[in-house]
Design a protein around this ligand. Structure first.
Ligand SMILES: Cc1cc2nc3c(=O)[nH]c(=O)nc-3n(C[C@H](O)[C@H](O)[C@H](O)COP(=O)(O)OP(=O)(O)OC[C@H]3O[C@@H](n4cnc5c(N)ncnc54)[C@H](O)[C@@H]3O)c2cc1C
Length: 331
């Protein structure tokens, strides 16, 4: 039985794990990946301490920091959480179950999907949700992009630099951006075909994507176009269906928390983009990860009869791989 299971290893989850382990809690992190959304950020200019840092580099530094405390980590997807007699059981997609006294949910946001036939099958085999990451894999190829507004335009601009031809598909009469300067620049590249009033209804292929079927929303005509890849840039959503009925979620599926990152269920805490806080930023996720871990510690301290972390709590130094001379001080 762990003291704390942190679900998610983005900025919020990694920070929660760092705090939790430093507080002496037996901590397990379960995550699909390390870094979450931050690794997709080409440049972060507002994370304190770094005038400019690539998201991947920031995650690498945070990961090194966490691993310096030998935090146990499992790569898997949590699909169910249950509570029984003050203990929480977490079940993963691989069928493994883990138990803990407290949970910190830091599962962030994930790209919005198209929900069309073929999408699941060809995910990672031609269907991509990260243009900036995967565009180079389609150099001189023919691709399609779905997305409106800033996300769509950003994707189209990246692809225009790399691919031979790109169909930019959007369901509205125009691309949903007033950025005339960048739109004109995109048009001047000549390799992006604007496809207004259109949506993708099917993705087809064999071992990977070979074509998409699109529908014109004005005349309902369907057409198959041959492409090597499909990029989806439709923003990010919370994926908290597995938490429905377990803790309170708002209408957007975000986890409702209080200022101590407590959820509606005692012993369950949440941090970062998955919560109902309005500002989704890396530094805020880190701050909430820390808050959630301190709150989890106090919850466990109450169960185990330990001293609580208080508002005048300041000093804590833990033995790490690098500094063997540390001491652990609980106030
Ligand atoms: C392209 C881009 C650029 C950005 N630029 C900036 C910027 O310049 N400045 C800034 O402050 N912010 C920026 N952000 C926002 C910032 O990256 C996020 O606010 C922050 O990274 C959120 O961290 P998080 O840990 O809350 O969630 P996430 O990063 O979403 O991490 C969630 C983690 O949980 C895991 N997970 C999800 N569900 C499960 C499950 N069921 N089981 C197991 N694991 C699961 C995921 O795999 C992931 O590891 C940007 C975001 C993007 C996408």
């Amino acid at each position: 039985m762990y003291d704390v299971i942190v679900v998610g290893a983005g900025i919020a989850g990694l920070t929660a794990a760092l705090y939790s382990k430093r507080l002496g809690l037996n901590t397990l992190v379960i995550s699909r990946d390390i870094g979450g959304q931050a690794i997709l950020a080409p440049e972060i200019q507002n994370y304190p301490g770094f005038i400019s840092i690539n998201g991947f580099e920031l995650v690498k530094k945070l990961q090194e920091h966490v691993m310096n405390y030998d935090v146990e980590m499992v790569f898997d997807e949590v699909i169910e959480v249950r509570e029984k007699r003050r203990a929480f059981t977490v079940r993963t997609a691989s069928g493994t179950e883990y138990q803990a006294l407290a949970l910190i949910l830091a599962i962030g946001k994930a790209p919005r999907e198209l929900n069309v036939p073929g999408e699941k099958e060809f995910k990672g085999r031609g269907v991509s949700y990260c243009t900036i990451c995967d565009a180079p894999l389609f150099r001189e190829k023919k691709v399609a992009l779905v997305g409106v507004g800033e996300a769509g335009l950003h994707g189209a601009l990246i692809l225009s630099e790399v691919v031979k031809e790109c169909y930019w598909i959007f369901p509205t009469p125009n691309p949903g951006t007033s950025d005339k300067e960048r739109l004109n620049y995109l048009k001047s590249k000549g390799n992006v075909k604007f496809m207004p009033n259109t949506k993708v209804i099917r993705i087809e292929g064999d071992t990977r994507v070979r074509s998409i079927v699109i529908k014109n929303l004005k005349d309902n005509k369907e057409e198959t176009i041959r492409v090597d890849g499909l990029f989806v840039e439709m923003g990010y959503v919370t994926k908290t269906e597995f938490l429905k009925g377990f803790i309170e979620l708002n209408e957007k599926g975000e986890i409702v928390i209080d200022k101590l990152c407590r959820t509606s269920k005692e012993g369950v805490f949440a941090a970062g983009d998955v919560t109902d806080i309005p500002y989704k930023q890396a530094v805020i996720s880190a701050g909430q990860g820390a808050t959630a871990a301190l709150s989890a510690y106090n919850y466990i301290a109450r169960i185990k009869g330990l001293a609580k972390v208080t508002s005048d709590w300041k000093h804590i130094k833990v033995k790490t791989k690098e500094s063997k001379e540390g001491f652990f001080l609980r106030i």
